[in-house]
Write a protein that binds this ligand. Sequence first.
Ligand SMILES: [Ca+2]
Ligand SMILES: [Ca+2]
Ligand SMILES: [Ca+2]
Ligand SMILES: [Ca+2]
Length: 631
Amino acid sequence: MNHWFKNSPKIISLALLFSLTFLFACGDSGGSDDGSSDGVSLQAVLNSLTIAGTNVSINESDKTGSVILPLGTDLSTAKPIGFTISTAAKLFFGDSSSTDEITADNNERVVVEGDNKFTVLAEDGETSNTYTITVAIEDSTSAVLNSLTIAGETVTIDESNKTGSVVLPVGTDLITAKTVEFSISINAKIYQCDGLGNAHDSNLLTSGNSYVFNWETNKITVVAEDGTTAAVYTIVVTNAITETHKMLIISLPPEFDSASNVNFTVPSAPGGAVYRVGKSENNKLLFLAASAGDYTVNADSGDNNVDIYITAVSASTPSAYTAEVFDYLPGVGQFTNDLPKWESGDDAAAMVAKVRAKLVGESAGMITLGGCLGYVTIGFDHTIMNVQGKCDFRIEGNAFQAANNPYQPEDGSPAPYGGSCEPGVLYVAYDKNKNGHPDDDEWYEIAGSSYSTAENEPWYDHLTDDGGKDTEVYRDYSITYHRPATEPTGNVDEYIQWDDNQGNSGWLPKNSFHNQSYYPQWLSGDSYTLTGVRLGQNGINESTTGAYFVLYGYSWGYVDNYPNGAPESAIDIDWAVDSSGNKVHLPGIDFVKIQNGVNQVNGWLGECSTEVVKGYDLHLRNIDVDSSFAQ
Ligand SMILES: [Ca+2]
Ligand SMILES: [Ca+2]
Ligand SMILES: [Ca+2]
Ligand SMILES: [Ca+2]
């Protein structure tokens, strides 16, 4: 049943077709103006023709026709042929010998670009006309570089500006040809040249083939199918890009993985450029430039050698001053909870925010690090460059020299420099993992004048032998402060107890000038422990009759130790050492940690407590401090 119904409409339409043919045949019979003979038409005219819906322009007199199919037409697939021909004639695809009849039900044919034959056979079965129909595809005026890869690296294309850029991997040389893959407008061509006039076969690019490119500027011309429309693209090929004042960290090619040592040199740099090259623990290249331009750095391991091409582009002008505060935890002290002020409800983050409000910028205010090993961690908005032979940054404090030190050395020489010197030990870091934060494994210590011993300080014998002070340097020091049971007022000698990992313990006093708690109020728990480097005690009462405390200065390399205008308060990043005490010669640093190095109470002055004010990049402020004083 289903079978029958499915086929019945076809039978009906066939029946209709027969009756229509019969009607036309009847209408033609008897006429003579159409060349009929015995009622049979001799007409074989191609009245109209469409290919893929596009009208063919027919010249009946010479039996030709032409059609331009739209851009992108694929001639490999069959196209529908539409036509009208003389009554009762038949259309064949091909010349007069063709038996390939095109009918309404079987009308798709594969035409070719160029000439195609169509033959109309009249009703008489003998009279025919063969038409030559020329097929063309529309010429494109589109000259677009849709995509391009060089050596497998994708070129980022800015179509509106006709520019592109690609960063090739470190160690890529451009002496050898690089494979290109591209996509362009249909039937367009792409040339390695500047403009249509130079678009010759010799510089035609073929996808999948290899060509030599230049570092920096390369001109690529895409010529449209029409042969006259062209677009010139400027493709910039570089090896590594960084911003000025930002540390670039580059891994070397795999062949360097097993290198025990790599030497970096700079065979080419812009004239007068300020830059610094260094090396990480795992032989990565560290590169920092203050000047924009193109640099070549050579890496040599003995077995392998590679040039690294770096383009430094100008960044927005960095701030010379402290730009961020990451962490703050003071030791117990008379200014703790006061500089900055702790208010009820302030947690650690709130205190960091208060320190940030104090320290960031040119008009920074003062904070206290409290007692021994209290610290603050700050950052800059750029990498401070380590200029060779120069101090690079300064963290200001409030140190000053005593005006009337009563001490007179027996040999008649003047008293060593001293006054209010509360040295903070410095740590520096560059952002190895580029996360914008200082991480535990990123720090290096600034090895100041008493890195391992205070023996070389000019006051060492005076304080050690004459004064009986503990001038030992403890490199792995930790101190624990215990929360006071009560908050007394007035002068109290045994206020807050401390003990350290050297078997010492003692009390920090409270004085009547500072009545707030000296124990960080945002901390929970009954005690807290700080670890770091403890320097030798540097304070002594020099008065034989009263109290004239002199806190002697360390020679160089500390914060709040020399006056802010003194060269000795400036820091050379080349003083940084790794955990084994080896100099690391960092090209630059992003972060600084300052930690009070002294555990000492100096009579009525109270505990030795480092103050921190503003920090700045000396180079950005054009302050020239030769670092040769550090011997
Ligand atoms: Ca330096
Ligand atoms: Ca980091
Ligand atoms: Ca202080
Ligand atoms: Ca101070």
